[in-house]
Design a protein around this ligand. Structure first.
Ligand SMILES: [Zn+2]
Ligand SMILES: [Zn+2]
Length: 279
């Protein structure tokens, strides 16, 4: 089982590997541009060379890219939709150039207009992004916690979106905290059985490509996106252990996005906790 984590790429994406190694991660997730501003700086040849040298040396793989938080393909605001499409495409270009597993992004909010009204514009933007960027990388929709008209807090919406995409380079990234918050009980054996049965029937388990493993600061079905350190939240050690014991997740790379024991993000302790639960 590959247990990785989100790490900083400040100072260059090549630095992500050393940061991953320092905390004992098997693979890393990074931002390739600032998640809270619109600009995306293209990657140059020198940066690519540094990145691949470090990747080869560290052997950490596969890298996952997390898209900007600003991306909102379901927004009824056409300007925002346009900016979102452009940013997604630019980030996906970098994702492909660095040979990452994929670019995971939040389906975000439909801002009250309803899922039905925005699903076609959403799919059009995804199709265009895939068309514009050749490569092996996948576009991954992340399961959402479901607050504020957020799209993708249930498997039906995610299935509808990815079934409408005419390219195979599309998949799902499960976030355990978001699933829990949106009402999928991924802590008990019974709840897990039902969750994975539904996932397979509605989306298809082959579409599961990555996992964000996080405990939850909020109770079940809170619809609030608040991550907690592994074992310290409402999902808890036994819940996380049950989740990790499922055959459906055994070959899927895992990335932690926990706050960290000292608040500095995913750390050695959290990775060790996961490894203890799976050994
Ligand atoms: Zn995310
Ligand atoms: Zn989250």
């Amino acid at each position: 089982m590959l247990v990785g984590a989100h790490v900083s790429a400040s100072g260059g994406i090549n630095k992500s590997f050393k940061r991953g190694e320092e905390i004992g991660a098997d693979c890393v997730q990074i931002f390739v541009s600032s998640p809270r501003t619109w600009s995306v700086k293209e990657i140059n040849e020198d940066e690519l060379e540094l990145y691949f040298d470090e990747k080869k040396r560290s052997k950490l793989s596969p890298t996952l890219v997390h898209g900007k938080y600003l991306i909102s393909l379901g927004s009824p605001d056409k300007k925002l939709l346009q900016k979102s499409s452009l940013a997604l495409s630019k980030e996906f270009s970098i994702t492909n150039k660095i040979g990452a597993l994929g670019l995971v992004f939040h389906p975000a909010s439909h801002r009250g207009v309803g899922f039905k009204k925005i699903k076609n514009q959403f799919v059009d933007a995804v199709n265009q992004t895939l068309l514009d960027n050749k490569g092996e990388s996948l576009l991954l929709l992340e399961t959402s916690a479901g607050s504020g008209d957020h799209i993708g807090s249930n498997f039906n919406e995610l299935a509808e979106l990815i079934n409408l995409v005419d390219n195979k380079r599309i998949g799902i990234c499960i976030d355990t905290q978001h699933l829990w918050a949106s009402g999928y009980d991924i802590s008990s054996h019974k709840g897990l059985e039902k969750t994975f049965e539904d996932f397979d029937q509605i989306i298809g388990i082959e579409k599961l490509k990555a996992i964000h493993l996080n405990d939850s600061k909020k109770e079940f079905r809170s619809f609030v996106d608040r991550h907690e350190n592994i074992g310290d939240g409402y999902i808890g050690y036994s819940g996380i252990k049950n989740f990790l014991s499922r055959k459906e997740v055994s070959n899927i790379p895992i990335y932690l996005e926990v706050p960290g024991i000292n608040g500095g993000g995913p750390d050695k302790e959290n990775i060790q906790r996961v490894k203890n639960l799976t050994s």
